[in-house]
Write a protein that binds this ligand. Structure first.
Ligand code: C5P
Ligand code: C5P
Length: 473
């Protein structure tokens, strides 16, 4: 019998209390992206507060290698967050009953009855939109001790990092909405309708407008000079006391002026769409310093993604767990480097047009030898965000370690395809001895290089040549 969510959470609590009482050491293994780092930090912080003896580590993926490492690991109990879907049987074989997975990825049916799998889908909660691993880790932490409710703020960063702000005007839905409200009631977050410009707290206005690619505004996006002249002519002061002003500095009247100028500039060209994407909910952490990249939830999530993606997960986790000293400068440098790297990869991919092939419904991109494996997901999300790919499925491939190829797929904005990318990637990878999974709209896979042609043929039949809104497989 599948347990209810509450039953699973108290099962979790009992397991942890037992570990603490019997002095069992606990290992937390989590993913390297924003959701991984936040969920790992939330659960680790809760364990430390409870007096558990625990350590935490990150992994790019959950694989046979990770399972093997558990066999020789001296720790007694394993918690896996944001990873581990599809591995329940092997975890049972390797660790007996000494493990728990906290996750939100779609899982095969045979895992639904395994009580050690605490996965949102088991409880009818959509893990693609309504909760992420950070949210699941938050619920488990709060069940352990209700004083952990302050960790709700970090769970907001998880959901933003996984782009679960898909409700009206970029709001949250389901459990994410409930968790964000807990943080709001505790005074940990301000939720406001505002201009959605990237780098709200840190970037000069013109940069901020130029680097905002959702909405993509023809003539402004990626064009700093054009943004600068538009903002200047809007009458808003771009500098104050010798410093460039950032979006968070604008008062209501100034925001109105900016919106009016953008509307005029874009006149005729999908103005309504632009406006509806430009205004949405912002999540501001009032306890962080003004102009800190941790004050805006979305920028905080980008920083965490950047740490994981360039192999500096420890920095991101330290920040999530409350470290605010020298580490902040390090995190800031990582964020800057990461943004630079992204620009370079996107430039190369758009210059070498042979790397991109398109059908009516799908864009396939070959990023081998350009995009490093750890950045695959970030770049495929960005390619999917480009307006010329809207409505399509994007699939990017890169080289992985040990003769492997990594695939990352995304449904772009406006995509109406019925294809479930999680099923495509999981089934395809399994057919060719690889691993794969994820969500309906964002999924990945890894196969060995010798299977590449066969896997590409499989994608050709099941994705590339499948017309929109018709089922596959
Ligand atoms: O492992 P995980 O679930 O955390 O990752 C989901 C990935 O899919 C994230 O990188 C997130 O940014 C991306 N995503 C996306 N578009 C969506 C939903 C998720 O690019 N609509
Ligand atoms: O790597 P990428 O960002 O494209 O992954 C998209 C989603 O698919 C993530 O949620 C990731 O955890 C999941 N995924 C998976 N198994 C893989 C690769 C990705 O479950 N082998």
């Amino acid at each position: 019998m599948t347990k209810s969510l509450d039953e699973s959470l108290s099962f979790f609590k009992d397991k942890i209390i037992d570990c603490i009482k019997s002095k069992k050491s606990i290992s937390v293994t989590t993913h390297i992206d924003c959701d991984g780092l936040t969920s790992g930090s939330i659960i680790t912080k809760a364990l430390i507060r409870a007096g558990a003896n625990c350590t935490v580590r990150t992994s790019k993926e959950f694989s046979k290698n990770v399972l093997e490492s558990f066999k020789t690991d001296s720790r007694d109990f394993h918690i896996v967050t944001d990873l581990g879907g599809g591995f329940a049987n092997e975890l049972d074989k390797t660790l007996g009953d000494n493990w728990i997975v906290l996750d939100h990825h779609q899982i095969p049916d045979e895992e639904l009855d395994n009580q050690n799998v605490i996965n949102s889908w088991k409880y009818g909660i959509d893990g693609g939109t309504d909760i992420c691993a950070g949210g699941m880790a938050y619920l488990a932490s709060e069940a352990l001790d209700e004083r952990n409710s302050d960790l709700s703020a970090i769970a907001i960063v998880s959901a933003l990092g996984d782009r679960q702000d898909q409700g009206e005007r970029k709001s949250f839905t389901g459990k994410n909405f409930e968790i964000a409200n807990i943080a709001k009631e505790l005074g940990l977050v301000d939720i406001d309708l505002d201009l959605l410009l990237v780098g709200r707290e840190t970037r000069p206005l013109a940069d901020s407008l130029a680097f905002t690619s959702q909405p993509f505004i023809e003539g402004l996006t990626w064009n700093r000079e054009a943004c600068f002249s538009l903002l200047k002519s809007s009458g808003v002061n771009l500098k104050e006391e010798g410093r460039w002003r950032v979006p968070a500095d604008l008062n209501e009247e100034e925001k109105r002026q900016v919106i009016e100028s953008i509307t005029k500039f874009a006149s005729g060209k999908n103005t309504t769409e632009i406006m509806s994407e430009l205004i949405g909910y912002t999540y501001t952490f009032p306890r962080e310093d003004n102009r800190s990249f941790l004050r805006d939830g979305r920028e905080f999530s980008t920083m965490l993604n950047s740490c994981g993606r360039i192999n500096r997960s420890g920095v991101g986790m330290a920040v999530c767990m409350g470290d605010r000293n020298k580490i902040l400068r390090e995190a800031e440098t990582i964020l800057t480097d990461y943004r630079k790297m992204i620009r370079e990869y996107m430039n190369i991919l758009s210059n070498e047009r042979w790397r991109i092939s398109e059908s009516e419904t799908c864009v396939m991109v070959n990023g081998e030898d350009i995009v490093p494996e750890t950045m695959t997901g970030t770049i495929s999300s960005l390619i999917a965000g480009s307006p010329k790919n809207s409505g399509k499925i994007v699939i990017l491939r890169t080289k992985g370690e040990e003769n492997t190829i990594k695939f990352s797929s995304r449904k772009s904005f406006g995509c109406t395809s019925d294809i479930n990318l999680s099923e495509i990637m999981r089934n395809g990878a399994e057919r060719f001895d690889g691993i794969g999974g994820g969500h309906n709209a964002a999924a990945g896979a890894k196969i060995t290089k010798d299977k590449l042609d066969e896997f590409l043929n499989y994608l050709e039949v099941n994705v590339v040549n499948v017309p929109s809104s018709s089922n596959s497989q």
